[in-house]
Every structure is written in structure tokens, then in C-alpha cells.
Write a protein that binds this ligand. Sequence first.
Ligand code: ARG
Ligand code: GLU
Length: 725
Amino acid sequence: MQRLLFLLLFFPALLHGQGMWLPSLLEKNNEKDMKAMGLRLDADDIYSPTQPSIKDAIVWFDGGCTGEIISPKGLVLTNHHCGFDAIQSHSTLEHNYVEDGFWAKNHGEEIPCPDLFVMFVVRMEDVTAMALQGVAEGMSERDRQSLIDKNLNQLKVRTKKEAWEDIMFKPMYNGNQYYMYVTVTYTDVRLVGAPPSSIGKFGADTDNWVWPRHTGDFSLFRVYANKDNQPAKYSADNQPYRPRHFLPVSLDGVDEGDFTMVYGFPGNTNEYLPAVAVQQTAEVLNPAKVSIRDRALKIMDGYMRRDPAIKIAYVAKYASIANAWKKWLGEMEGLKKYKALEKKRAYEAEFSRRVSLNTNWQYRYGNLLPRLEQNYRELEPYARARDYYLEIFVRNTELLSLVASMNNWMKTYDDQGLSAFAAKIPDVKGSLPGFYKDFRPEVDQAVFAALIEMYAENVRDEWGSGYIKTEAAKHGGYAGLADYIYKNSALARQDKAEALFAGDAKTLAESLKQDPAVVFWRGVTSAYQANVAPKLQEIQPQITMLQRMYMAAQLEVYKEKRFFPDANSTLRLTYGKVKDYSPRDAVEYEERTYLDGVIEKYVPGDYEFDVPKKLIDLHQKKDYGPYADSDGRMPVAFIASNHTTGGNSGSPALDANGNLVGLNFDRVWEGTMSDLNYDPAICRNIMVDTRYILFIIDKYGEAHWLIEEMKLVKGQKRKKKRDRD
Ligand code: ARG
Ligand code: GLU
């Protein structure tokens, strides 16, 4: 019993849910466990480098989300928020797909999306031995990396692949292992369907990161290929892609306790940080970033409430700033409430105890934790300044972001001369309409004034604040300085910027050098580059090296534990169970939501909680077609203990037989800390129920032709593998 308690305390993975596993290692690491939990497939049904397997239906969607193929004709399902750029970019006042949704009636009506791509994984391989050939302890980080790059380059040249395939490499376990991925990328991807935002974004920012949830967060695309089924640029002659595997879509729904797995491309986690780093995130870095975005969001919100046109212009920007802001807040709360630091410290005490019992370990790993502690402490003020700088001078003020994005190009004028500068003018010019389309200088100016004040008050003078204060003093304060810059910078007005870019290259280059926004950005940036960046460049490689050694040490010292590598935008499988949770005393959250809950939240005319009339009617008539639950209700979303993160948006949730039961799109508030501290008691991922997706496509969108090309399955839930199909 003691031992069990110990194992559960230190290895929550044993409680199921934790872990983002490498698909090629399922047989070795997970198959037994998964079968015990209910899986009715074999590991090679999920991933096989040679035979068709479920992995052939999973795509990296547009470089940040996941999607899955759900028909023999290359139909792709992903989230509404993942397809949002495509949906928005095709929207006009007459055809407002964001507001009204979009449903192609046939292939001819599908809309090409030139900037979109989807990537399949053909196979993955452990190439650690080749990658690390010649690498020795004690090498500088730079020498180590260049040797690895050289090794991998040679491997790339040697590896056989088809002409249309690509090869990429990814480090695992902080660079202790390397994997090679052979991939195929398709670029002719077309928009097929999307619900209106009042369904696809229902609840918007208020409900974001929160359960219970009632969002139909999905959209549909189609992959096109040339006549040989290979990737090709958009062409009217291209054909719908014929997949090696597509996901059958289940009508069975889920019950509490059901096995589920989520297959996709999680972006980034940090599960193996020492306590000192978690503390830094929770107590220093997150609070800094949250306070900056707090200010920016409040100012934007004020303008958006007063002016509907500003609301339209800023709603997407607001949502994206708010998304990370809210997640960081949830993470801070969760780390505290669920005692992440105490758990990490206990884990480290046990690590040190084991290390002390073994002379070899003692020699190699004995001082790792103290050194990590020392380096993180030394890093702290610089890491905090980095976050201030990035949040204010690169991200949340639009004018400064524009300058930041143009800086390298502007520098070519001084470094390489006028012709190098002039050669890139068309590119930069081409990006301007996109920038100005939703830019309102008065909003940005107010944000700017508030944020530069925050920088000046929170960051040391020699790190850029001194410059800001001097400039502010010249103009009667921060607001005066903001006023001066936004009045006099050509970049702060679309007409002035366009006139400038229409003129000759030399005048453009010289004017930009003197533009007050550019001068100001460079004033702060040069102080930051001189006094913060070098320290970061000195300490960060130390930390990288120590984290790599600490990871290696954990793998060795905790032999009985199965470690998964942190997420890094590579294909992973996570599995868990459909499960309710209790966020606080006396409160119990059930695992499923229903359409009745959408109607409960309905606020007529509200931008977050409006409900389309047609959906209200369908609810009233209970016109749910074959998609209702056995008790006649229309399911909307459910939660489970799958370990997911950003990038898992749009990932399929599969049942024990590999059928699609849900579409992942979020995590619950109390569990957003899972990137640093997964806790099976509280961490849940949120999925749209496939039956809601089918219902919206069929009954709301009346796009029955799409349902027809899918393979719907029913009554397979309890069947054994050999009895299926
Ligand atoms: N929280 C989810 C994710 O991280 C959904 C984001 C959608 N955006 C929003 N502002 N609601 O991507
Ligand atoms: N919404 C997130 C995404 O876009 C997924 C939710 C999460 O972070 O778990 O990837």
C-alpha cells in the first residue's frame, strides 16, 4: 500500500491520462495499458510505417492545429478557430461567412485557400545514434549543435524518399534523442463548410478555457491532389485526395468511463522543469504577462463597446490576445491550488535521495538541481525583462509590432545598400493592406501609451526604460509621447504609409530611419539588445544543457517510470477516459453538455451568446434526425482525461475501435496548468461530440451530401474487433 501511494504521488501517469506518446512506440510503452483501459485495436492499427493505419488520417493543419480525414474523398475536419483565418479572409459584407456560416453545395462551390496547407506523416524513425555520433560531454552547446546539424544533414542526403516527400528532424527529451519524420504536404486545400460564429464560437472569450461548454467549434475543408494523388499547387484539374485511411464517424456517443484517445500535433509542454522554474513561471513571468495583457485588453474592450465598427475590426485580435492571457491566469491558479511546487519539491527530494545512493550518479548528477536553481535565479530578472519587451515591443502594440516585423528589412539599407533594400519593398508593401485593414490608430495609441508606461515602471532604466522616460519627459508624459508618435509617424496612418511606399526607394529608406515610431522602437530595442540579450545568450545555453542532463538523469534514475517526451509539434497519441470532475468543494461538473444548455446561455443579440433562429427552431421541434442521444437529447460537448495542449485543437477523439466520437478544442479552466503539471484529478480536455457536428452539418447547414460521403457507424461500441465491419 505504501509503495502504491508512493507510485501514485510521483507517477500520476499510472492513474491514466498523463502523457503524449510517440505513435511508433505504442506497442512497447502503452499497448498493454491501453487495452486494459478498453482499447480494442492493436498498436499497429494506430501507427504503422508500412500498412495503412489511423495515422494516415491525421494531418498537421496549417502549421498550428490538427485535422483529420473523415471521408474517402479527402474531407478534413478541424476546429472553427483553426479554420477561422480562411473563413474570415473569404468573408465580405455580402457573403459574411463569419456571421452566417458557409456550406458548399458541391465540389465546384468549395473555396480554394491559397495560404493553407496540411501535412501527413509517412513514417517516423529514431535516429538518435546517428544524430549524436561524435557528441561528447563537455562540448560547448554551439559545437554540439553544429555537429548534430552536420550529422542530420548527412542522414537527410542518404535517406530514400519520394520526390514529393520531405524530411524533418526533431529533438526529443530535451535533445537526448532525435527523430526523423518523412512527411507529405498538400497545398490545395479548400473550404467546404463552417457553421456561423454563433455556433462555431458560441461563448467566445467568456466561455473560452471553461467547462461546461456549448461551442460547435468545427469547420470542414477538403484536400485536393493531382491525378496521381500527389501534392500539387491549386488547379481546377486537381481531384479530391484519396486517403490511405479515413476515420469512420460514430453515432454511438460516449458514456462516463469510456476509453478515448486523441491523436494529433500538440505544440509545447514543459513537464520536466525543476520547481524553481515552475515557481518563476507561476510567480514572476505569468503575472508580468497577464498584467500587460490585462491593460491592453481593457483598453481595447472600452473602444469595442463604444463603436461597433471597432468591435468588428478588433474582435479577432482581442480573442487571440485574450486566449493566452486567460490560459496563463488559469495556469497560475491551478499550479497554486493543486500544489505543483510542493509536488515538484517532493519529486526532487526523492531524485536526490536516489542519486545519493549511487556513487556514479552522485558524481554525474549530484549537483544538477543546485546548478539549475542557481541558473534559473540568475536568469529571472532578464527573463522577466524579455517578457516585458516581447509583450510590449513585439506583440501587443500594433504599430510597434509593425516596426519589429520590418526591422530586419530596414537594416538591409544600412548593411547591404539601397538595391538590397529596394528588392524587398514589394513584399513589405504587399503586407500593408492586411495590417491596416483592421487597424484603428486611436485604439492602438491608447494601448501604446499605457504599455510603454508599464515598461518604464517595471523594467530597469538601462534596459530601455531610461530612454522611454527621457522621451516622455520631452512630450509632457507617456500620453504626450504617444500623441507625438502617432501624429508624426507615417506608419500610424494608412494613407501616409501608402504614399511613402509609392515613392522612390531612397526616400522611403531615409524617411523610415527618421520615422518617430521607428526611432522610438530602436531606442528601446538597442538598450535591450545591449544589456538584456547578451545575458540571456549567456545563461540560456547553460539552462538548455542542464535541462538536457536533468532529463537524461530522470530517465536513468527513475527506471520504473515511463516518460513521454515534452510536446514539440510532432504527432502524438494521448489516451484517457470520459470523466467528470470536481473543481471545488460541493461542486461537481458532469462530463457531457446538451443543446438545452445552449438555449440556457442564449442572450439575444449578444456577440458571445446569441443563438441563430434556425437552431432555436430545431431545438424547439426536437428535429435532431438520427443524431440525438438515446434519451432524445442533442449532445454538444464532453470532457475526458486526455493529456492535450495547444496544437491539439482539431484533433480527433477516437473510441476504443478507432471511430471518431469527438473533436478536441480546449481544456477546462482548473486544468490549464497541465503543460507544467498534469494532474489526473482535475485536468480534462474538451471535445465537441461528433453527433453535434453531424447534426449541424445535416440539419442546420443542410449539407447532406457531406454526410453521404462519410462512413457513419452505429452499435459498434461493445463489439469485439473481429465482429466489426
Ligand atoms: N482555448 C482554445 C485554444 O487554446 C480555443 C481558442 C479559441 N479562441 C478564443 N479566443 N476563443 O486554442
Ligand atoms: N485551443 C487549443 C488549440 O488551439 C487547444 C486547447 C489546449 O490548449 O488544450 O490548440
